[in-house]
Design a protein around this ligand. Sequence first.
Ligand SMILES: NC(=O)c1ccc[n+]([C@@H]2O[C@H](COP(=O)([O-])OP(=O)(O)OC[C@H]3O[C@@H](n4cnc5c(N)ncnc54)[C@H](O)[C@@H]3O)[C@@H](O)[C@H]2O)c1
Length: 245
Amino acid sequence: MVVTGGAGGIGAALCRRFAREGAKAVVCADIDGDGANRLADEIGHTAFRCDAARESDIVNLIDYTEQTIGPIDLFCSNAGIMVKGGVEVQNDDWQRIWEVNVMSHVYAARALVDRMANRGGGCFVITASAAGLLSQIGSTPYSVTKHAAVGLAENLAITYGEKNIRVSVICPQAVATAMTREGGGVAAVDGLIEADKVADDAIEGIAQERFLILPHPEVAEYMRRKTADYDRWLSGMRRLQRRFL
Ligand SMILES: NC(=O)c1ccc[n+]([C@@H]2O[C@H](COP(=O)([O-])OP(=O)(O)OC[C@H]3O[C@@H](n4cnc5c(N)ncnc54)[C@H](O)[C@@H]3O)[C@@H](O)[C@H]2O)c1
């Protein structure tokens, strides 16, 4: 199995957990090559330096893994970044977050999902965020790109479900990683959980072939409230914003 963004945070927790579960091979892929090497040494598996936002890097990662290790049965497209701010955020930053938080998943799915389907199936997991189901107060680019990531996961699940591709999307609120070094902001309203808990929930959700993996169970109720009365939900979010910003 392969994890992008595997050198730190949630990705590293996924690598460690899959290694403990006895995965035949875990490929820790990260733009931080030294970090990937350290993690791979720790768990006794493989590192690969890869910028997930570059299609050629993703293709190389997948080709290298399949040629030297074997067919990938599980791909965790996990790398993601945060850009704070609203619509005033500069185009270059919008482009960068779009490439990492959305196109990296498109590149991986494009390179892998048909191959998986042709050999009988596989599992494709995207780390999105509760921000992709609800919203991220204080970050328009993160909200928009995580909604796109959830939309991609849904569409892949529909398009490839009958070809035995199981798609899961992991949608936590705040997790204690480098990304939330400053505390997690509004996303931490229900608490900052550990990356290991996300990995545990991911393993369980993947084993149960569940699409939506919610390490913060409250998010399911927030989604229900949002779809039941959108205007009321927006008022509640504005109230929450006043409390935090
Ligand atoms: N931390 C949270 O509160 C939280 C909540 C919900 C969702 N998420 C999502 O979880 C995923 C992992 O986040 P995290 O909190 O572990 O972040 P993190 O910053 O702790 O770790 C991210 C890892 O991804 C790597 N990375 C960054 N850009 C990359 C790229 N272009 N190509 C390859 N690797 C790259 C980094 O080097 C790092 O090792 C992200 O998609 C993030 O949006 C995080």
